[in-house]
Design a protein around this ligand. Structure first.
Ligand SMILES: Nc1ncnc2c1ncn2[C@@H]1O[C@H](COP(=O)(O)OP(=O)(O)OP(=O)(O)O)[C@@H](O)[C@H]1O
Ligand SMILES: [Mg+2]
Length: 272
């Protein structure tokens, strides 16, 4: 049960002066039951890869299969776009959330049930369902967009910068929900917030100019980044731990949050 990406290449504006090789012979395997982080600089190809995995667009070369089948948006894969606010167009949020589910052939009762239970999962006020999406603030709209994708119960869920424009509280809630649901499905988590990616993911890939620069476990990633002094890929907390290691402290580099880091330092001080 996995997404298999083989030799995937994607070119925008091929054979024109604007030709861009956005993805260059990508090989990746993303298994069910994991959170898979995808990081990389601006324009490194993350959103392009996300769209192709979600079955939107055809790659120039190579293949993507999901449990052996081609990606089928809304059925075997769901995506939360980088700017999900652009994808609301109905009069009320409820109508927007319901349209995809009705399209899947669910009854009205099932649609209601799914929508309300998903809002509960995210701690969202049910009253927003009657409001126009255009009257909701950006943070609420982003959570609503996340809820919309979740109602589809995708086995593979791609989240492109899901916490951008969220306040710290909403961000925390979204990360908690991701952790809770990730046992049964695969989540592909794309973000510039490295601390968040490291905290939430088990596996990770780094894209650099359309190529896979690293893929492996999170501890493997931290070793990779420190091994080549790639500070830009290390979350600040892990940079601190690395700095302490260099000063002779016996601390683990692989910390996911401030509490972990403090505990590591406390234990190290006790040992000396
Ligand atoms: N629709 C498009 N038409 C032409 N070129 C595009 C298009 N979308 C992306 N590109 C180019 O493809 C490359 C990869 O872009 P992509 O949006 O996938 O990167 P990204 O890693 O998601 O970046 P960001 O961190 O800014 O979200 C960039 O050079 C970008 O300019
Ligand atoms: Mg992007």
């Amino acid at each position: 049960m996995s997404i298999e990406i083989r030799q995937l290449t994607h070119i925008y504006d091929a054979s024109t002066p604007w030709e861009t090789i956005a993805l260059d012979r990508i090989d990746l395997t993303i298994s069910k039951g994991t959170v898979f982080g995808l990081v990389g600089g601006i324009g490194s190809g993350k959103s392009t890869l996300a769209s192709l995995m979600a079955g939107l667009g055809t790659p120039a070369h190579g293949s993507i299969t999901i449990d052996g089948e081609p990606p089928d948006p809304g059925r075997n894969v769901g995506i939360l776009f980088q700017q999900p606010e652009d994808f609301f167009f109905e009069k009320t949020l409820f109508e927007d959330m319901a349209s995809g589910l009705l399209h899947l052939g669910l009854t009205e009762e099932e649609v209601h049930k799914r929508i309300h239970s998903t809002l509960d999962l995210l701690g969202l006020d049910h009253q927003i369902l009657d409001r126009s999406p255009f009257h909701l603030n950006r943070g609420t709209l982003r959570l609503a967009a996340f809820a919309t994708v979740l109602t589809m119960r995708p086995g593979y869920l791609i989240l492109d910068e899901p916490t951008a424009s969220l306040d710290p509280k909403s961000r925390k809630r979204l990360v908690e929900v991701i952790k809770r649901i990730s046992g049964d499905i695969a989540i592909i988590y794309i973000s510039h917030r490295l601390q968040e990616v490291v905290a939430v993911s088990e596996y990770l890939a780094v894209l650099e100019q359309g190529k896979v620069a690293f893929t492996g476990t999170v501890p493997g990633y931290l070793d990779w980044a420190t091994g080549q002094d790639a500070w830009e890929y290390l979350p600040v907390l892990n940079q601190v731990m690395y700095g302490l290691q260099r000063l002779g402290f016996d601390v683990d580099l692989n910390v996911a949050c401030l509490e972990d880091a403090v505990e590591q330092i406390r234990l190290s001080l006790e040992r000396t």
